[in-house]
Design a protein around this ligand. Sequence first.
Ligand SMILES: [Zn+2]
Length: 260
Amino acid sequence: MSFDENTNEELPSLDSHAHLKTTRTSSELVDTGAVLAMTLSLDESTLVVDRNEPYIVWGVGCHPCNLEAQKTFDKDHFYDLVERAAIVGEVGLDTGSRVPIDLQRQNFRKILEIVTEIPRLISIHSYRATELVIKELRQKNINNAIPVLHWWTGTADQTQEAVALGCYFSIHSAVARHSKFRTRVPLERILIESDHGYRDPPSAIPCRIEWVEHLVGQQLKLEIKQVRHLVWRNLGLIIRKTGTCELFPKIFAHVLKKRV
Ligand SMILES: [Zn+2]
């Protein structure tokens, strides 16, 4: 792939998967850089779907480890929220979860049906369930929706299949040294994440992203600045493909549009 080598423009850090407490005010979130903020339940998604911070996009989620959220999942409610949101996440499967896997799978399938109809970036948890997630994506053609495998721990072969299925990878520092990202994943499928937690200070996100940029840059033989420009461009292309530009905050969308 060739991407814009003109890296003089200063871009904020771009975190493709983090968790921000919904009780944080907008003024508490001014130093986070650009963030795709995941939610864990429909209740949480409902609280944030209409928020508007210049560089934060809130997802609609139902986490595979959240028993209450999985038990009370409502497809119509999820559908309504997805229509109003720019991205979906965190969703997925986890065999170590106390939530029965059949229930997780049933809900995950409903979510895949929704994004097939309403294309969105969908941030997918696959911890201890990489093969199961691949199987679901293999069985269901989700049209223009874009699956992003977050904190991916799959084998090289699974990674190769995920690439063939159209997946992107949001790379966390814990997996950034895995060689499969260099050997099996094209540059245009790479994103970066912190998976920052609720208790962590939001203003620390840019430092954590910079650390992953260092690790990924070392693996891919790219300058840190090039990694940053690459992930902005990659997200820009996702937004174009899913047709979700208008759902992003204006400034965020403007920066993304300029990168592609
Ligand atoms: Zn997460």
